[in-house]
Design a protein around this ligand. Structure first.
Ligand code: HPA
Length: 263
């Protein structure tokens, strides 16, 4: 199997001339991030052969090209998930497409449930490492045996940490557990995740991170902690609440990324 089925020829020369060096994937409710960009062009996933198109509300699939400050970026607004029936390799297709566009850094965002009870809803957690609990990999079929020691770039993490401190943006750091979903966890599963060393839990991001590392990209990941994990409070989990919390926190991450890109 080829490491990347996408080549620059899949994209118009006008898009490639923009030369985005940074790619961003926006998670549930975080689409409002593009309001902070100067948007130049959009490209729906359905116009690129081989890209899966999600049907989950809050995940409409489109690449948005433009600038934040003076920095050229491409934003993947919307992503596909395992729980829709896509394979991990299909879920990571957007990352291979962005790599073919020429990005060097990938910033992944998601909405996640809290597992570590030191953390609070509405806060962001920078992903330091992950647990892949799905049994799936975007690298099935190759390349094999890719090192996973430093999936999330230490140097990028330090940059974001420094800027978060400077801007007074509360930024937790921890381990993200990738579960298949589509149901939320049981209280027993949340307790299990805590024992396993997870700080947050969600249904995305890890396949894209694994894929990006295999292609040599630098990766950063941010979880918007939208809710306490099941059983940690008396409340039941609701996707609309997750979307709402994401929208409210999007602005904070936009400020952090903007400051860090401009540095
Ligand atoms: N569990 C899994 N995925 C999630 C959650 C959760 O509690 N919240 C947002 N995405």
């Amino acid at each position: 199997m080829f490491p990347n089925e996408f080549t620059p020829h899949h994209f118009s020369s006008a898009l490639l001339e923009r030369q985005p060096k940074i790619g961003l994937v926006l998670g549930s409710g975080l689409g409002g991030f593009v309001d902070r960009m100067r948007v130049a062009e959009t490209l729906p996933y359905r116009d690129i052969h081989g890209l899966p198109v999600s049907r989950v509300p809050g995940h409409e699939g489109v690449f948005v090209f433009g600038t934040i400050g003076d920095i050229e970026v491409v934003v993947a607004q919307g992503r596909a998930h395992l729980y829709e029936g896509f394979s991990a390799r299909e879920v990571a297709a957007g990352v291979r497409a962005m790599a073919a566009m020429g990005i060097e850094k990938l910033i992944l965002t998601n909405a996640a449930g809290i597992v570590n009870d030191d953390f609070q809803p509405g806060q962001w957690m920078q992903i330091a490492d992950h647990l892949n609990l799905t049994g799936q990999s975007p690298l099935t079929g190759g390349p094999h045996f890719v090192d996973q020691t430093g999936v999330y770039s230490r140097s990028l993490r330090q940059i974001f940490r420094d800027h978060a401190d400077r801007l007074g943006i509360p930024l937790a750091e921890g381990v993200y557990a990738w579960v298949p979903g589509p149901q939320y966890e049981t209280p027993a599963e949340v307790r299990m995740l805590r024992v396993l060393g997870a700080d947050a839990v969600g249904m995305s991001t890890v396949p894209e991170a694994i894929q990006a590392r295999a292609l040599g990209l630098k990766v950063a990941g941010f979880s918007c902690l939208t809710n306490y994990g099941a059983g940690m409070t008396a409340e039941r989990l609701d996707h609309d609440d997750v979307l709402k919390a994401g929208r409210e926190a999007a602005d904070m991450l936009a400020r952090l990324l903007e400051a860090s890109f401009l540095a």
